[in-house]
Design a protein around this ligand. Structure first.
Ligand code: FO1
Length: 307
C-alpha cells in the first residue's frame, strides 16, 4: 500500500520531492495542510497545496520556496496602479492556477478534485490530498489580537509575538476520506520537517485523525524541522520561544508526543540520539540540493523499516 507523508510549507515540500523521487505514485501519497488557505482578491488561495504542486512539478521558485519559477508580475503591477492589495504577491502564471481552482470550486468541485486536476495538468502522477475538503483557517493569536495566518506570515512578516493558535472550522471539518482509508493499510506515516504548530497540527487536530493515526499499525516517523536550535526556514523556532517552549529538536518530539514511533534528528543534534522517549536516528536533514532531498528520503524510509 505504501506511505502517507504529512506536509505543509517549504521544508515539507523539499522532503516530499525526495520521497517522490524514490517512491512511485502508488507507493506514497501526500497529505497537505490547508490551514494556510484564504480568500484573497476574490480567489481561493491554497499556499501549501501550491508549494507542493510546484515543487513536485519542478516548477517552484527555489529562491523563495513558494510560487513559480520564470514568473512575471504584470498583474501585480496593474493592481498596484489601481490601488489594490499587493502585499500577497501573485505572479501572472500563478494567477492562472488560482483562477482555475476558484472557478472549479465555484462550479461545485471539491478541493481534492481541483487539486487533482491541477496536479495532472502539471504532469504530476503522485496524489496530493488536501487534508480536508472543508474549510479550516489557522488564526495566530497575538497580544494585539487574532491574525489570519497569511496576515501574520506575509503581511506582518512573522513579526508579531505569537501567544497561541486556533484552527477555525476544524470541529466541523472532516479529514479527507481518501486519507482515512489509506491509513488503515499503509506501511508508514512520515511527518515532514514542517512547522509543527501551523503546518502539521491542523492535520493532526482534524476530528478523528489523531485516533486514526494511533489505531493504524504502521509506524509514524517525524523529521525534526529544528536543527541545532534553529528552524531551517520560517518562524518555527521563534514561535516556540514565544510559547515558552525551548526551540530544540527534543521539544518538537515532545510536541508530537505518543503519536511518534520514531524521530529523525539532524547530525547537529546527534547528541540527542537515544536520549528521547522515542526511537531516534541521525541523518543530514538540511536539504540544499536535490540529492540531499533524496538522501533524507532514503534515511527516513530505512528508519521506518526498522520500527
Ligand atoms: N509568502 C511570502 O512570504 N510572500 C508572498 O508574497 C507570498 C505569496 C504567495 C503566493 C502564492 C502562494 O502559494 C504562496 C505565497 N507565499 C508567500 C507563501 C505562503 O505565505 C505560504 O503560506 C508559506 O509558504 C508558508 O506555508
Amino acid at each position: 500500500m505504501g506511505y502517507l507523508a504529512l506536509t505543509g510549507g517549504i521544508g515539507g515540500a523539499k522532503l516530499a520531492l525526495g520521497l517522490a523521487n524514490r517512491l512511485g505514485p502508488d507507493e506514497i501519497t501526500f497529505v497537505v495542510n490547508t490551514g494556510d488557505d484564504f480568500e484573497h482578491l476574490g480567489l481561493y488561495i491554497c499556499p501549501d497545496v501550491d508549494t507542493l504542486t510546484y515543487t513536485l512539478a519542478k516548477q517552484s521558485n527555489t529562491k523563495t520556496g513558494w510560487g513559480r519559477q520564470n514568473e512575471t508580475w504584470q498583474f501585480m503591477a496593474a493592481l498596484e496602479d489601481l490601488g489594490g492589495e499587493t502585499w500577497f504577491r501573485l505572479g501572472d502564471r500563478d494567477l492562472g492556477l488560482h483562477v482555475t481552482r476558484t472557478q472549479m470550486l465555484n462550479a461545485g468541485s471539491s478541493l481534492t478534485e481541483a487539486t487533482a486536476h491541477i496536479a495532472a495538468r502539471f504532469g504530476i502522477r503522485h496524489r496530493i490530498l488536501p487534508m480536508s475538503d472543508d474549510p479550516v483557517r489557522t488564526i495566530v493569536h497575538t497580544p494585539d489580537g487574532p491574525l489570519p495566518f497569511q496576515h501574520y506570515f506575509v503581511r506582518d512578516r512573522c513579526v508579531p509575538t505569537v501567544t497561541g493558535f486556533e484552527f477555525q472550522g476544524i470541529d466541523d471539518a472532516k479529514p479527507n476520506p481518501d486519507i482515512l482509508e489509506r491509513l488503515g493499510e499503509c506501511d508508514g506515516i512520515i511527518i515532514c520537517p514542517s512547522n509543527p504548530f501551523v503546518s502539521i497540527d491542523p492535520i493532526l487536530n482534524l476530528p478523528g485523525f489523531r485516533d486514526a493515526l494511533k489505531n493504524c499499525q504502521a509506524p509514524v516517523v517525524a523529521i525534526s524541522p529544528i536543527v541545532g536550535g534553529r528552524a531551517i526556514k520560517g518562524p518555527t523556532a521563534k514561535m516556540m520561544t514565544e510559547l515558552d517552549i525551548a526551540s530544540t529538536a527534543s521539544q518538537v518530539a515532545e510536541h508530537y508526543g505518543d503519536l511518534l514511533d520514531g524521530f529523525l534528528l539532524d547530525e547537529q543534534d546527534a547528541a540527542l540520539d537515544g536520549t528521547l522517549n522515542v526511537a531516534t536516528t541521525v541523518a543530514q536533514s538540511v536539504m540544499l540540493t536535490l540529492q540531499d532531498r533524496v538522501d533524507l528520503a532514503d534515511a527516513t524510509l530505512q528508519f521506518i523499516n526498522t520500527l
